[in-house]
Design a protein around this ligand. Sequence first.
Ligand code: BG6
Length: 504
Amino acid sequence: MSIHQPTIIFIFGGSGDLAYRKLIPALYNLYLDQYLPKQFLIVGIGRSRYSQADYADHVKKGVQEFSRRKEGIEETWKDFAQHIDYCPLDLTDVKGYQSLGERIKKEEEAWSARANVIFYLSVAPQLTEPIVQHLHEAGLTADPHRSRMVFEKPFGHDLQSATALNTLLGQLFKEEQIYRIDHYLGKETVQNILAFRFANGLFEPTWNNHYIDHVQITAAESVTVGDRGGYYEGAGALRDMVQNHMLQLLCMIAMEPPVSFDADEIRNKKLDVLKAIRRFKKTDVHRHAVRGQYSSGWMKGKELKGYRQEKGVKPTSATETFVALKLYVDNWRWKGVPFYIRTGKGMVEKSTLITIDFKSAPDYAFPPEAAETWRSNRLTISIQPQMDIRLRFQAKQPGPQMRLLPVDMTFNYSDSNGKDHPEAYETLLLDVIEGDATLFMRGDQVEAAWQVICPIQELWAAKPPVDFPNYKPGTWGPEDAEALIARDGHNWASLPPEPNDSLD
Ligand code: BG6
């Protein structure tokens, strides 16, 4: 049962896609699990003109379609809907914000209690500044213990704009009031990396450049950009996925053990990693970074448009829908260990995967035939849609001769915990309600992440690609990405179709 303070959540962008697909379904599931305070109110804010009943009906459809739990909605919805309201507002008009203050007052009087107030910004980036200014001017965020500001990505467009935004927020709010979302950090399997690394004695002694040969992080998406062209055209894969999600995954793998799970301790350790990532000189970018853009083609019997034909995209667009990078973390633990990362749209499958390849054992003692299928140990952490951890090791093939076979030992999340896991947004929203910022990005982390990709952004902007589009949908991306890793004698890892078929 919840022990939380009465809470009001204002969602700017309340009639938008994120509220519909993720935020309201997440709040609904928190409600079902009795994590929400008894006294809570969700207020959608937007330009559309909904009545309370129409808005509740609208978001109910989102819950019916996207909630992880769909049974019994008819029975539970009536009560949940009483905690939902809608407020049409011109976000750029300061006067409207007074009405939010009045709303807070009215609820507090009805509850006979002070409420925590959460302002969740899921809006176009150009609206962030007027909203935060007006909230501040209306005095709605003055108490840092009771008011919280949540920001969806993109957080800035480059280092300069992110720094400017951080400066503005720093003038208006205390850092502990600010929650910058990276929804990957709310995923169960991502949080499990901390448990796996720091609650087990077995791996830590080998978690360094003495034993680890290289690390790979893949976040492949089979979906194409579709109707998000308007947003994506100004973003590209580097900003959309690498600056945030991919670098955060890298931090989870590379960070030093924290001395506590205090929010700042964890974030300090991750910041150390970001600072240690080698900054590319512009002249080195071509050797460490590959960009791609998907063409038209076929995937699973469906004909797909090329990126340049998507709505809102220029026919000559240079925006990348695929990125592969080779990064180094220049500290004692990781000196010389390459981190290969790749992400893209329109790829062969949806798969987010981290692999840690350990250095190979010497094979001198085995007869050459035994060593034909020699493979190094590989730890595979599957983030999604598969949720498991596998350790590949060599075993003897049954039979009279000494022949080897790589096999996997697998821990499957679903086997031990069932399939019903909280979604990332449930975890993150609950953390905001509880005032726990561990899984959120601090301002300095965001800036350090922009610093990593800055030289790549600048060089790519200055040198438009000559070979776009350069990969077909339903593939693993452009050939240059294969070459990037093949030059070092490796292949990109993907999940084998069968648990024990793990040859790469
Ligand atoms: C978002 C990106 O942050 O993450 C999207 O803007 C991307 O382009 C999405 O599709 C991927 O999230 P997930 O949870 O489906 O891997």
